[in-house]
Unconditional design. Structure first.
Ligand code: GDP
Length: 296
């Protein structure tokens, strides 16, 4: 079930509750059954769904709440809060600081939208007045540097890469030191994605991280992958210190489960979502507006 459908179904269940003449345990159970069913169909991890059910039931005390109006309100609020907490680990996301040379490293599987998101983020901070540079440390995929070069040129963002150097760690170090020397505020390092979670990919990420010492590592994940999200996010978290998450392709057939699993598996906050292929298709993420919008 895609995100819009998930929102519509939860909303439908909440609306059905407001039409119930009597709000009792039976009505609450029916609501939770519908909401939890919808979450499971959206690939949200079963343990998290179970937790949501328990938390809502804990907050709603049928005997203490006098009127049905009160009960409805408490139930609606607690469902809303629980949905928010699924996408909010309660951590203040890292932000580049003015007056400092901030280094950000991107990690993620090939095809996740990593290179596109690098340029989107660079462009976002450029619009905020920062001097931003992009480093292409992906020597694995033929054409990776050309892609970054093309995207960066279109956005008028300085870039660094090499057609001759084969060592991604060397490129990352050279690019970062070049931009540091030129007093850049934000240096974004794109790393190789490869198509699978191979041992070599994680070893390479660790080496690049050790060499450039990023202030923040952003994990990019395709929002349409559903059930696979949990294992993927866990695997990345084991190798690198994930600071924040960007979920891409939220304009397409994204299910809610992908984003929710990534947060649960890493304990890191989603900072942006990708909402299209163009440069400006990047939305700042915060849990409450996201859930409100999902519910329509
Ligand atoms: P990488 O291999 O992880 O670097 O992935 P790319 O940045 O090359 O992106 C893979 C494909 O996904 C490209 O066709 C992008 O245009 C597309 N893409 C990236 N982000 C988004 C997004 O937020 N929405 C949509 N619809 N497409 C995206």
């Amino acid at each position: 079930m895609v995100l819009n459908e998930l929102g519509a179904r939860i909303n439908g269940a909440l609306q059905a509750l407001s039409k119930e003449p009597v709000i009792d345990d039976k009505a609450l159970d029916a609501l939770l059954r519908e909401i939890c069913g919808a979450l499971l169909e959206s690939d949200v991890n079963v343990r998290l769904v179970q937790q949501l059910r328990v938390n809502v039931k804990k907050r709603v005390n049928m005997e203490e709440l006098a009127s049905s109006t009160n009960k409805r309100k408490v139930i609606q609020n607690s469902v809303f809060d629980e949905l928010c907490s699924l996408v909010d680990p309660g951590i203040e996301p890292w932000q580049p600081r003015k007056g400092k040379q901030n280094i950000v490293m991107f990690v993620g599987l090939q095809g996740s939208g990593k290179t596109t998101s690098c340029t989107k983020l660079a462009s976002y901070y450029k619009r905020k007045g920062m001097k931003v540079g992009l480093v292409c440390a992906d020597t694995f995929r033929a054409g990776a540097f050309d892609q970054l070069k093309q995207n960066a040129s279109r956005a008028h963002i300085p870039y660094y890469g090499s057609y001759t150097e084969a060592d991604p760690v060397q490129i990352a170090m050279d690019g970062v030191s070049q931009f540091k020397k030129d007093k850049f505020d934000l240096i974004i390092v794109d790393t190789s994605g490869r198509h699978k979670q191979e041992v070599e990919l994680f070893a390479e990420m660790e080496q690049i991280a050790a060499a450039v010492k990023p202030d923040n590592t952003i994990f990019v994940m395709d929002g349409t992958i559903g059930q696979a999200a949990d294992a993927q996010a866990r695997a990345f978290k084991q190798s690198v210190d994930i600071g924040s998450i960007i979920i891409t392709k939220m304009d397409g057939h994204a299910k809610g489960g992908g984003a929710i699993s990534a947060v649960a598996a890493t304990g890191s906050p989603i900072v942006f979502i990708g909402t299209g292929e163009h440069m400006h298709d990047l939305d700042k993420f915060s849990a409450r507006p996201f859930v409100s919008k999902m519910l329509g």
